[in-house]
Design a protein around this ligand. Sequence first.
Ligand code: ADP
Length: 486
Amino acid sequence: MRILLISPEVVPFAKTGGLADVAGALPKALKAIGHDVRVFMPRYKKVNCRMKKINSLKVKLGGFTENVNICEGRIPDTDIPVYFVDHQKYFGSREELYQVKGIDYPDNLERFSLFCQAAPLFLKAINWKPDIVHCNDWQSALVIAHLKVTYKNDPFFNRTGTVYSIHNMGYLGMFDKEDIYLTGFDWQIFKQDYLEFWDNLALTKGGIAFADVINTVSETYAREIQTPENGYGLDGMLRSRSRDIYGIINGIDYDIWNPATDKNIPRRYSTATLSLKVENKIQLQHKNSLPQKVETPVIGMISRLADQKGFDILAGVIEPLLHEHCQFVVLGTGEPKYHRLFQELKQKYPNHIGINLSFDAIFAELIYSGADMFLMPSRYEPCGLGQMISFKYGTIPIVRKTGGLADTVHNYDSKTGEGEGFVFEEYSSKALLGAINHAIETFHKKSIWKSLQEKVMQLDYSWDASAKKYVSLYMKALEKVGIKPL
Ligand code: ADP
């Protein structure tokens, strides 16, 4: 199959969250099973890749036209082409992807409309007809709307199936309706069934309304987004498409996330040499100016500092916990109120908490390898990668039972030995505290803890299984456009 994966972020070129991990790893797994997969993304300032210009296009954004170059590079160590949309003003001059200090770039609609409209123009220009166009989140949703509306009668695309992946329902891509002309559409599409949402534009609706099939990144989340609690006002629309909605759990790229080969951690280890993990713990404590004590459990967190991630219930219990014998190490960036919370905690409890309020991929690896436990108290979590990465590093997750966390982590039962971590259900500080205390208690039972670590390190969340599920999803999309796959 010829597959074009369109994503606003792709590892290793640009990342703000799990979507980038998926967009970097899924193409490799699809390629490994014989598909011709290519990637389409913006060329942000921070993209570091050898590339050459292969095309230039004129994209009409309502009343004006922008010149765009397309440059071709490769996903490192592969021959998978990556087509970068090169536009100095919209992408090349931006330090960040979507926002600075929690404030969105005011021209995000222009930026991502240009990105989306460039895709079909480019495919036609190079005469490459994909079987599947796979878009991800609101930034690329308009591609699907254009294929199904603007290019509806264009024979070039009449055998192309479309897939829309929702990585997080919380981001609808909302913009002022008066700017609709920037999308390349007119008011005809400003209807409740299409892009209109409470008198605004919501770009994600372009994907939901028009994609041949829709998926989210876990089976539980696929059900949750169809409820008022997690549907962000679109649960009704999603329910109306429920027969076309699937859940596929993300995989982990073990070329990157593997303590036995990870070059960025102080000491490599595997299940056979698990006792070496503690050397990473000592380094982690040292780098965070924490007492270097092996007996003290270290709880790691690596997260966008956003309401979704459960920091409000954590705020309610962290102080009593810091009085006890445990240490916290937090790596994250996001909402200023949480930056303040952690800065205050560091001042008050310098020997119990380490804070790193930045995005730092190398430091993340030190936390995954050095912490004893990994905390994800999310209000909602479409898939969650942290818990699966933690498994591989023998770091035991403590999670709330929601979305992909519910699908991958089951509560440890001391009687049966079943379970892969510590799970709580009610979204409250009390329930969270219960799970953390259960984890700390178990941590002190040395042999039980070790066998739990060995068990989770052997779990297999590689992309192989998930890539095959994506292929069957692509087949379903092809059937929708009237093509019977072989
Ligand atoms: P989300 O996509 O909602 O942010 P996921 O758990 O799916 O959450 O993916 C988060 C990914 O981003 C993980 O790979 C995690 O290690 C990484 N990450 C999050 N924040 C940071 C940070 N501040 N520095 C480095 N990596 C981070």
